[in-house]
Write a protein that binds this ligand. Structure first.
Ligand code: C2E
Ligand code: CA
Ligand code: CA
Length: 636
């Protein structure tokens, strides 16, 4: 059929064009190049129709008109192929930069071919079996097309890591089809198949590379996914652009999930995305759960962001309004992060730095970069200490008012930075280990250390009845907690009674089913429990104090204010009420952080059972703790 091949090609390209322009697109460089490529491919097809029409009516049309349509046909073909190459090349090279020379080299084949198009000779074959053009003008274009396709293949193979498997396969399939078409074209010149090759390749590339489905996020309508964000970030970094990344992250997601569910959360995120898009005229990404991201490329957008008041609400049925907590952070790139990995890591870190209640924009700066660096150093030190099991355990003696001796001690973990040979405070590394999922291993190492210490040194001979070991909230809800602890206890042939496990008040208040279960089975084995940091959480005091714990550890913050110079009476009332309540409910009390004789006397006189603090002793390494015990028990 006359024009059959061309009509099929035209339908393919027109469908792609339509689909492409109807869908939401990102504002990337490669996207723009792809649009140009599509436009040139489509015009090339239109010119091909005209050239064929001309050749079939060669008797009635003047030669210059035929020459001009051929000129446009050949020129659009070579320009289209050039943009096709540029598109793949941009994707292939990722963040690598080219020199001016490397850039220029890419243009040369196209320019040479265009010169031939303008000044070369062309002849037309018009017989009853078909029509085609030939001569240097035409050949130069075919050579350029083959050249650019070969270059594209080389770049894809060279930088195959920048592509996904399906992309490479699609491209290679396209090249294969084009190769077959080229052979057929040379052996049967009247078949005019080149447009089919072009449209087939476009289809494959479109489906695997530029398909809006690959970029769109389907959870939050109108946003792009993580892959899209990474593609855009790579491109901006590679072009050495300065830009800002804005990240809005929902906080308190456990609460949100239990009140409004995932669909409610997504509604809030959608609202946030719409606001950003409207106010700043940017594309919005939904790279991971509970978080949306936008990229600002102008100072004007940044100023606008700083002046925008965000006030997101979620309205439930019945008109109940819930205002979610979120943090919003701004990162300047490449100033503070110059790879997509760094950008993600920095923004994730930002969330840990922003106070829960802060709703205004948090701008990341030098200080955060420094902190982030330190935190990744600490992360490595923790991992190293886990690998070598090199955490140390210090023991802080606990004094019994009734027995007038040191009947227990709290085991406190110590971590040394091998570089500086200084200790990293547990208040810094424990929360990090909790966040990184390393805390269970840290806890296990500490527990085994304590087991070994008790077996080797038998502190009971000096009157020590049990050692208190801290459990992190994460360990408390570990399915395997009992098995892990019992394994160590059995390995070191100890009795669980020599342990008192400390659980913080906050963990105990949010007591999940699993913690209750763990406490029950551990208690059945013989372990005892202490509620740590009492006075810092928000417990139903009476209920907590009564049944679940043998010991209540009064936090230092409850004690210190009673002994300050400018104290009012209130702190004392609170402290004394707590003490009375626990005692009257039959519990026992450890006062923590006791530093002076005055505090010691007062608390003992009030009926507090045990005293722990610098007044009696700082936490001590094993050998010093043993020496301390020996010396005190000798004193009697
Ligand atoms: P914590 O459980 O409340 O431990 C008591 C902290 O108070 C210890 O800090 C101790 O050195 C300090 N302290 C003791 N007496 C005094 C005093 O008189 N005055 C003052 N100002 N402080 C005193 P440390 O060793 O730095 O530990 C900090 C926190 O790290 C602990 O608080 C605990 O929450 C956590 N931690 C320590 N070791 C472990 C562990 O093995 N596992 C887990 N999960 N957490 C641990
Ligand atoms: Ca403790
Ligand atoms: Ca404590």
């Amino acid at each position: 059929m006359l024009f059959g091949v061309q009509i099929v090609s035209c339908i393919i390209i027109a469908t792609i064009l339509l689909h492409y322009f109807l869908n939401k697109k990102m504002d990337t460089f490669s996207n723009k190049i792809f649009s140009i490529y599509l436009a040139f491919s489509f015009s090339n097809l239109l010119f091909e129709f005209m050239t064929l029409w001309d050749l079939y009516h060669i008797d009635t049309i003047v030669k210059p008109a035929i020459d001009v349509t051929h000129l446009f046909f050949l020129a659009t073909l070579v320009v289209a192929i050039f943009f096709f190459f540029l598109y793949l090349d941009a994707k292939a090279r990722g963040q690598r930069r080219y020199s001016a020379m490397q850039y220029a080299l890419r243009f040369i084949p196209m320019i040479v071919a265009l010169c031939f198009v303008l000044f070369g000779d062309i002849a037309y074959y018009t017989e009853s079996d078909g029509v085609y053009s030939y001569g240097p003008k035409t050949y130069s274009i075919y050579i350029a097309v083959v050249g650019y396709l070969t270059f594209s293949a080389i770049q894809i193979i060279r930088y195959r890591k920048s592509f996904r498997r399906q992309e490479i396969l699609a491209f290679m399939l396209g090249i294969g089809v084009w190769g077959i078409i080229a052979v057929l074209q040379i052996t049967h010149r009247v078949w005019l198949l080149s447009s089919l090759g072009l449209s087939f390749m476009t289809l494959l590339v479109y489906l695997s590379f530029e398909n809006p489905r690959e970029y769109n996020d389907y959870e939050i309508e109108g946003t792009f996914n993580q892959y899209a964000l990474d593609t855009f970030l790579n491109e901006l970094l590679q072009r050495k652009k300065c830009f800002y990344v804005v990240d809005i992250t929902l906080r308190n997601t456990v609460f949100l999930k239990s009140t409004i569910g995932t669909s409610g959360i997504n509604e809030i995120l959608k609202d946030m995305a719409d606001t950003l898009e409207r106010e700043l005229e940017v594309s919005v990404y939904h790279p991971k759960r509970y978080c949306i991201t936008a990229i600002l490329q102008t100072e004007k957008q940044k100023t606008k962001l700083m002046n925008t008041r965000f006030d997101f609400m979620h309205e439930e049925e019945g008109g109940i309004r819930l205002s979610p907590q979120y943090s919003i952070a701004l990162l300047s790139c490449p100033e503070f992060a110059d790879s997509k990995e760094d950008i993600h890591a920095m923004l994730e870190f930002a969330v840990t730095q922003i106070p829960e209640e802060q709703k205004s924009l948090y701008i990341l700066g030098d200080e955060d970069i420094e902190k982030k660096k330190q935190s990744s150093v600490i992360e490595k030190v923790i991992q190293q200490a886990i690998d070598d099991r090199s955490f140390q355990v210090y023991y802080q003696p606990i004094y019994s008012g009734k027995d007038k001796q040191f009947v227990s001690a709290e085991a406190l973990v110590r971590l040394k930075d091998p570089e500086t040979d200084k200790f990293i405070p547990p208040d810094i590394f424990i929360p990090m280990a909790e966040k990184n999922g390393q805390i269970s291993e840290v806890g296990n190492i500490v527990f085994e250390n304590v087991c070994r210490f008790i077996r080797d040194n038998k502190p009971e001979q000096y009157g020590v009845k049990y050692i208190e070991v801290n459990l992190s909230g994460i360990q408390c809800v570990d399915q395997n907690l009992k098995n892990i602890l019992m394994e160590y206890v059995e390995k070191y042939k100890l009795s669980p009674e020599v342990f008192n496990l400390e659980i913080t008040e906050t963990a105990a208040v949010n007591m999940e089913e699993r913690l209750r279960y763990n406490m029950r089975v551990l208690r059945e084995c013989g372990f005892k429990f202490a509620m740590d940091d009492f006075g810092t959480g928000y417990s139903n005091l009476a209920k907590m104090a009564k049944s679940d714990f043998e010991l209540i550890k009064l936090d230092r913050s409850l004690i210190v204010p009673c002994f300050e110079k400018d104290k009012d009476g209130e702190a004392e009332v609170v402290l004394n009420s707590c003490i009375d309540m626990v005692l009257r409910l039959g519990g026992e009390i450890v006062a923590e952080g006791v530093e002076t004789e005055e505090q010691n006397e007062y608390l003992l006189q009030r009926g507090v059972n045990y005293i722990q603090g610098y007044y009696h002793s700082r936490p001590l390494p094993e050998d010093q703790y043993l020496a301390f015990l020996k010396e005190r028990s000798a004193r009697g």
